[in-house]
Design a protein around this ligand. Structure first.
Ligand code: HEM
Length: 129
């Protein structure tokens, strides 16, 4: 089974890039107040990508046989990212608040990427400590 680890990791990273790319695209549509944002495609695709991302993540955890500190931080940050995304695309009232939530979400995404790449709970913040 262990031989599947690299494949699942590739699926995870591929889904991460697709998820981030689509988030960025939706943010651009939001800022342009484009009707594309409300299409069925724009609403369904992120759920499909994020399901693949999470299933692959769970499989990696099972393979690793534990949840290291850097992955725990990534999971916590994921909740913050999801919350900010809901604010940006649904709940926030007013253009300014939506744009602010979107850029905060992007920052959290960049942080999660840096945590994954450095495998340190501090991610890029470690550079400033
Ligand atoms: C529940 C959520 C998540 C869990 C449990 C999880 C878990 C993991 C695990 C176990 C690895 C494999 C580490 C290795 O063997 O090298 C990994 C890799 C990675 N994850 Fe996640 N992940 C999650 C979400 C995310 C998110 C939201 C992002 C991006 C924003 C992300 C980005 C990455 C990247 C870029 C790698 C590859 C790192 C490298 O080796 O350079 N993950 N993740």
């Amino acid at each position: 089974m262990q031989e599947f680890y690299p494949l699942i990791k590739h699926i995870h990273v591929g889904a991460v890039l697709a998820s981030g790319g689509f988030f960025l695209l939706r943010g651009l549509w939001m800022m342009q107040e484009s009707s594309l944002l409300t299409t069925k495609f724009a609403r369904v695709v992120p759920h499909v990508i994020d399901t693949v991302l999470l299933l692959a993540a769970i499989a990696l955890i099972v393979f690793l046989g534990g949840v290291p500190a850097w992955v725990q931080v990534k999971i916590a940050a994921l909740f913050v990212y999801i919350f900010l995304g809901v604010l940006a695309f649904r709940l926030a009232k007013g253009y300014g608040a939506r744009v602010l939530a979107f850029f905060l979400a992007l920052s959290v995404f960049a942080f999660m990427m840096s945590v994954a790449i450095t495998k340190s709970p501090w991610g890029f913040l470690g550079k400033f400590l």
